[in-house]
Design a protein around this ligand. Structure first.
Ligand code: SF4
Ligand code: SF4
Length: 439
């Protein structure tokens, strides 16, 4: 293998903890009796329901759309009947508007056949991505069709696909790359046609050598003189998979403060988003199911599950044989950037990558104390910020002053909090500072 690429500043090495699920193939979870589909799953305006109570819906049918502003439509993951238009538990807010569907278990599953997408023009491809409700699966849920429309003056020269999956425990992208390599690569080709570029790099951390090998074979099979797709091994270092760090590792380019990747001529998508783009464009399949890693010592049976969007965490727990008595904390997302949850009725969304059931020896329950000014958080920050100052100013009720410490460049990776010997909740301080500074 060639030498491993990485970003230059900061970063940490948390225990990888991927051994529990890395070898577990993706397993389709049986559909529960009821799904709760949250209407606001993407960055932008939430969907408004296009269905009414007692209405029958088909698998893949439209159930919500954004009438005004940024957003993507929402589709039913199953055939069934609308039971309620109401609210559901939400990992970050207390509750959020949702549509509840009673599942018709007798209905036949939708059958999607792949067609020849190469006949379609770039605009038609992009329209299909939008209509299928594709958003960034591995990140915050930014509408993908918007990311496929960089500013006219941007000189985009390559596509980057993110297969780093640097968060501990999570192996959903790893399994996608092993089991659906050709769909990921076809997705890359579709994006390249939309962007009008001939070069794509796929970055994968070196702790996934089987994925590097499989993806390299798939990429070589479709590469030609006018379409080059290269797989690059990345050093195992958190947060290798964040957009700016990945760009620096793969291209050496540095995205300026509060700018988009298009400012340095690249567009970045996650490998699972690329596979969803293939499904949307070649098979006309909307995004309504996804692979979620279920891990941690507190769940009876860890798994990589393909679940319908709207499946409640409690249904997943039941399917996997329940939780263990030692369970201490449940996190949606990874341990570095995820959110602790206490309500098992929270439904899976398009951006849920994992649900972790952690025991006491997997979490740090020590209380935090005053900053001892060791500076470790500054060394760890991949953005060159001063997290300690943000924390000190928030505690002193001077959150409005934190912009000068770059709080708006913070993408809440958690590296600073991970190394802090005083266990200070630096990410929570940052979130509070952003909220107050915006007012
Ligand atoms: S790592 Fe923690 S204790 Fe050290 S300077 Fe940063 S906030 Fe303070
Ligand atoms: S959470 Fe923000 S301040 Fe802390 S290391 Fe990450 S980018 Fe830096």
């Amino acid at each position: 293998m060639k030498s491993l690429l990485t970003f230059l500043q900061g970063g940490v090495h948390p225990p990888e903890a991927k051994g529990q699920t890395a070898a577990l193939p993706i397993e389709r979870m049986p559909v529960p009796d009821e799904l709760e589909i949250i209407l606001g799953q993407h960055i932008g305006a939430p969907c408004e329901p296009t269905v009414t109570r007692r209405e029958e819906v088909v698998e893949g049918g439209l159930i919500g759309e954004v009438k005004k502003g940024l957003g993507v439509p929402l589709h039913s993951p199953v055939a069934g009947t609308i039971k309620a238009i109401g609210t559901s538990a939400h990992p970050m807010r207390v509750s959020a508007p949702s549509v509840t569907i009673k599942v018709d278990h007798e209905a036949a599953r939708a059958d999607y056949q792949a067609g020849d997408w190469q006949q379609l023009a770039a605009d038609e491809l992009k329209k299909k991505v939008h209509e299928a409700g594709i958003i960034g699966i591995g990140g915050a849920g930014f509408p993908t069709h918007v990311k496929l429309s960089p500013p006219r003056d941007a000189q985009i020269d390559q596509l980057l696909l993110n297969g780093a999956e640097c968060e501990p425990y999570i192996t959903a992208d790893h399994r996608q790359m092993l089991e659906h390599a050709s769909e990921v690569v076809e997705g890359a080709r579709i994006i390249m046609k939309i962007l009008g570029v001939t070069k794509c790099q796929i970055g994968i951390e070196s702790n996934k050598p089987d994925a590097i090998e499989t993806m390299t074979r798939a990429a070589e099979a479709v590469s030609s003189a006018d379409c080059t797709i290269q797989v690059q091994g990345l050093e195992v270092k958190y947060p290798q998979g964040s957009e700016k760090q990945l760009i620096q590792a793969l291209t050496g380019r540095k995205v300026p403060s509060q700018s988009l990747p298009s400012a340095v001529g690249v567009v970045v998508h996650n490998v699972s988003t690329a596979a969803a783009i293939y499904d949307a464009v070649a098979c006309s399949k909307p995004l309504y199911e996804k692979v979620v890693t279920i891990a941690g010592k507190g769940i009876n049976k860890p798994a990589n599950l393909l679940v319908k969007v709207g499946t409640k965490v409690s249904d997943i727990v039941d399917y996997l044989g329940g939780v263990k008595p030692e369970l201490t904390k449940i996190i949606m997302g990874g341990p570095m950037m995820g959110f602790a949850v206490s309500d098992l009725s929270i439904p899976i969304t398009k951006t849920t990558s994992s649900v972790l059931f952690l025991t006491e020896d997997e979490v740090d329950t020590n209380p935090h104390s005053a900053c001892i000014r060791c500076g470790w958080c500054i060394d760890a920050c991949p953005m060159g910020l001063e997290p300690k100052e943000v924390g000190i100013h928030v505690e002193a009720n001077r959150a409005e002053d934190t912009a000068r410490f770059g709080v708006f460049d913070c993408f809440e990776c958690g590296s600073c909090a991970y190394v802090c010997p005083a266990k200070r909740p630096l990410v929570q301080f940052v979130r509070l500072a952003k909220m107050k500074a915006k007012r």
